[in-house]
Design a protein around this ligand. Sequence first.
Ligand SMILES: *[C@@H]1O[C@H](CO)[C@@H](O)[C@H](O)[C@H]1NC(C)=O
Ligand SMILES: *[C@@H]1O[C@H](CO)[C@@H](O)[C@H](O)[C@H]1NC(C)=O
Ligand SMILES: *[C@@H]1O[C@H](CO)[C@@H](O)[C@H](O)[C@H]1NC(C)=O
Ligand SMILES: *[C@@H]1O[C@H](CO)[C@@H](O)[C@H](O)[C@H]1NC(C)=O
Ligand SMILES: *[C@@H]1O[C@H](CO)[C@@H](O)[C@H](O)[C@H]1NC(C)=O
Ligand SMILES: *[C@@H]1O[C@H](CO)[C@@H](O)[C@H](O)[C@H]1NC(C)=O
Ligand SMILES: *[C@@H]1O[C@H](CO)[C@@H](O)[C@H](O)[C@H]1NC(C)=O
Length: 292
Amino acid sequence: MLHHRLPLPPLLLALLLAVSCHDASSGDDNYDRNLCLWQNSTCGNINITYPFYLHNETAALRGYDNSYCGYPGLRILCEDRKAVLQLDDDNYTVSEINYKNFTISLAVADQEAFDDEGCPRLDYRTTIPPHLWLSYPEATVGYLIFFLCNFTTGNPPITMSPIPCSRYEGLGTSFVLPRDDVPDGDWQKTCQKIKVPVLKYVMSSYQQKHIAWSSAAYGNALRTGFQLVWEQERRETSFCNRCEKSSGRCGYNQMGEFVGCLCSDETVEDQYCSNSSASSTPSPRPSKSLRN
Ligand SMILES: *[C@@H]1O[C@H](CO)[C@@H](O)[C@H](O)[C@H]1NC(C)=O
Ligand SMILES: *[C@@H]1O[C@H](CO)[C@@H](O)[C@H](O)[C@H]1NC(C)=O
Ligand SMILES: *[C@@H]1O[C@H](CO)[C@@H](O)[C@H](O)[C@H]1NC(C)=O
Ligand SMILES: *[C@@H]1O[C@H](CO)[C@@H](O)[C@H](O)[C@H]1NC(C)=O
Ligand SMILES: *[C@@H]1O[C@H](CO)[C@@H](O)[C@H](O)[C@H]1NC(C)=O
Ligand SMILES: *[C@@H]1O[C@H](CO)[C@@H](O)[C@H](O)[C@H]1NC(C)=O
Ligand SMILES: *[C@@H]1O[C@H](CO)[C@@H](O)[C@H](O)[C@H]1NC(C)=O
């Protein structure tokens, strides 16, 4: 296409060269193919593929350090054949990834859920930062509310049985209840409330039996863990949609902003991969220079 039969006027040639050099510096960056999980990989018995990405595979893309190839929030650390989802500084063991309904099941290890006395540690991250494409699926996740109370006057409702945990000493008595079963009243005023996500089916197995929330009940609920869903609609309403339709993969920076479309030929494009690059195999890139 660029092999013109007629000699080009020098001015036009210079112009073409200038345009081509400009293209090379702005619209056509490269990246290391390992950044994206192009192939399916496994970590233990968990299949991991894009839109997940490995925590150690980040790169500077278009001037943004520590950018990655995947959706914000889907960062996986694979250690000792165990897949761990890293939400900011918290680590959660992945027990299943379901690519059909976009669900991640997370287990909470005993040492993460309980202290040496068997008292729950209530430092779960329940508020997911808005730039991450993750949320709690309403269909499967409910909440236990832990009340750490300081009653100076009055008493807690009689239906609540206290949790004996010195961990919360100084605060007074603590209670736990499913969110939907919390009795109304002033009694809550002196209590610090901590919301913990659990699976609805585990919670309802105890609710149906009308038994108090014994340590066995909340223990079981906490141990079973919870689920997160990745928000596919965030892709559909963003640049990422067009990028994926062109067989590209979406690159994001640490703030969760789209930085470019990563194509299978190791180029980074603004929005989408050209048809030729999407279908070509990963081989040495064709020279795009007009020289020679
Ligand atoms: C990769 O894994 C995904 C999700 O499990 C699956 O849908 C897809 O078919 C797999 N592809 C290959 C080539 O195994
Ligand atoms: C993982 O992927 C492989 C190949 O794509 C498939 O055979 C296997 O069933 C998958 N395992 C799970 C747990 O999804
Ligand atoms: C990242 O970790 C994976 C698996 O844990 C490993 O295969 C890969 O080589 C690591 N990449 C870098 C850049 O260290
Ligand atoms: C999560 O795991 C990583 C790697 O093992 C570790 O460096 C980090 O401290 C862990 N974070 C927490 C909060 O335990
Ligand atoms: C997604 O499907 C899996 C397997 O069928 C199921 O365990 C899980 O509860 C589902 N998640 C949601 C949010 O529906
Ligand atoms: C509990 O209430 C008492 C009386 O109001 C107060 O002195 C004390 O500081 C409170 N303790 C906590 C941990 O809030
Ligand atoms: C790819 O090709 C199809 C038809 O062959 C065309 O409709 C589409 O616009 C092309 N996409 C890009 C990104 O060039």
